[in-house]
Design a binder for this molecule. Structure first.
Ligand SMILES: [Zn+2]
Length: 103
């Protein structure tokens, strides 16, 4: 058993679990009920955690999680176009000059 992911909400751990299971990596979520019961952001030791059952899946699991969380980060981050316009993360091209997102 290895912990591969934790977050201050249950949405991402649930998403990660589904993702890993779709890649045939057995995993469980710990602290799932605890976080919901508190009704506020729990202390970090109570965050929902995703654990993989088989340690040999660790490298593959981390690859999947890293690429997923990086993608999420990118789509939520504002970016600045070459023309100087600042755009919200969900836009992949500049509405001002039409340039594709490069960063
Ligand atoms: Zn532009």
């Amino acid at each position: 058993m290895k912990k591969v992911y934790s977050a201050d909400n249950i949405v991402m751990p649930g998403f990660i679990k589904n993702l890993l299971e779709s890649c045939n990596i057995d995993c469980i979520i710990k602290n799932q009920n605890l976080a919901g019961a508190l009704g506020e952001i729990p202390p970090i030791e109570c965050w929902p955690e995703v654990w993989i059952i088989n340690d040999e899946n660790l490298a593959e699991a981390m690859d999947i999680i890293n690429s997923t969380t990086r993608d999420n980060l990118q789509t939520n981050t504002r970016w600045k176009c070459q023309c100087g316009e600042t755009l919200e993360g969900q836009f992949s091209a500049c509405w001002h000059c039409g340039a594709e997102r490069t960063s």
